[in-house]
Design a binder for this molecule. Sequence first.
Ligand code: AMP
Ligand code: MG
Length: 486
Amino acid sequence: MNAPFDLRHLNSVAGLATLGEAFVQRVPTEPLSNPQWLAWNTALGLQLGISDGPNDEWLARLSGVASITPWCSVYSGHQFGAWAGQLGDGRAHTLGVLQGGGASWEMQLKGSGKTPYSRMGDGRAVLRSSVREYLCSEAMAGLGIPTTRALAVTGSAQPVRRETVETAAIVTRLAPSFIRFGHFEHFAHHDQHDALQQLTHYVIATFYPECAAAPVPALALLETVSQRTAFLMAQWQAVGFCHGVMNSDNMSILGLTLDYGPFGFMDAFNSNHICNHTDSQGRYAYGQQPRVGQWNCGALASALLPLINDMQATRAVLEGYSAHFDAAFVQLFRAKLGLSLTYESDVELIAQLMQLLDNSGADFTVFFRSLSLFEVGNPTGDDLLRDQVLNRAAFDAWAVLYRARLKLERRDDAARALAMNRVNPKYVLRNYLAELAIRDAQCGDTHLLETLKQVLDSPFDEHPEHEAWAGLPPNWANQLSVSCSS
Ligand code: AMP
Ligand code: MG
């Protein structure tokens, strides 16, 4: 057990801030006026050993009243496939590092005012996007998917102009590091090879010490990060999560899901599903995510090339991404189908199911959850699944193969169902659920936000009192649209 943490133990000379002025600037926050709590993550607070939250001092700190000047970092990146130049923490301030739950966590405010990297932005975040980030960070953690975490949301009546006038909020997020691919791209682009070397050394020494002993540490780093990224993409695909804005500045060097904006969990299965209204070309559509993950690893590779100095080896690492992704994807989908043994034909069985589900009308989450009801010895029991798929004959043809494959397993229906229900979530953060919580919170009622967060903390469990949240979305959910504006 760690010693209990309180705010006085936040170390403000840590993380990236130890690397110096080329990396971070000390920038004061702009506190919210008359702040209020919108959310405090009790479970995470306990896990981190925070002993004194959520008191008035925390409210002040997490709404931007700083006791020490926080830091902002500079990065660049590719947005929608094009070089975007310098970006950076335009509305985020890192308060410092806390030790909790056996790890180090950078604590960062998002929406805490202008910085030297705000460009045309106002440095603010609205309640809507802050609540979405809070809920989805924790929903992903509940699903066991690597992610930045969210400790709290504070809000204020202070107006913020987006498409309409909304109100300001700040989400407090935590991660071992918020370093992005874009940090590396920044220093490479400006030919600052000493800084690039320093950053790479810091990341390896702190997070990937095993790479330090490799013949070319920067190459080993690229290999490890692309492997983690491939695994993260497979995990997203396995729950129907679409990030929405997979620019290289939103890619974590630790393989975490980072920067929640216009994300969405798919309702009806569609490999071309686009969750971000702004993404008119569908660059970041569901089915594109694995490929874009690889593309972003390519951007990281270009940035690291001055340190690797070996084009052929770099290319080989990038090509290896596909094998890592395929292996992770099959491993995760085998589990989703309740297959504990490994047969080569599983790859085809999974591919056929994905093809069958595409544009089938079936809801991604409901379908996989109900797949655990499949009975090996009772084809007449398939109706519940077949009825979710428009093409019933195609479902029956697939069910013959699936049934034959299940007969090779050593587990009975009940044992298989139990295992499947540990990997096929019953609850995901559907857009409409986030929307309901946001509407209440905008009116000062955070009860639904709190309850939804608790359900999403254990998305594989039954929550009989919230059965409706596990069902199909209501019709009005079709009208919801999310965009980059946040
Ligand atoms: P995002 O699309 O949220 O990943 O942001 C891309 C870049 O724009 C980052 O450098 C952000 O810090 C910056 N940015 C986004 N919104 C704002 C804002 N309201 N004020 C200042 N900077 C912003
Ligand atoms: Mg971003």
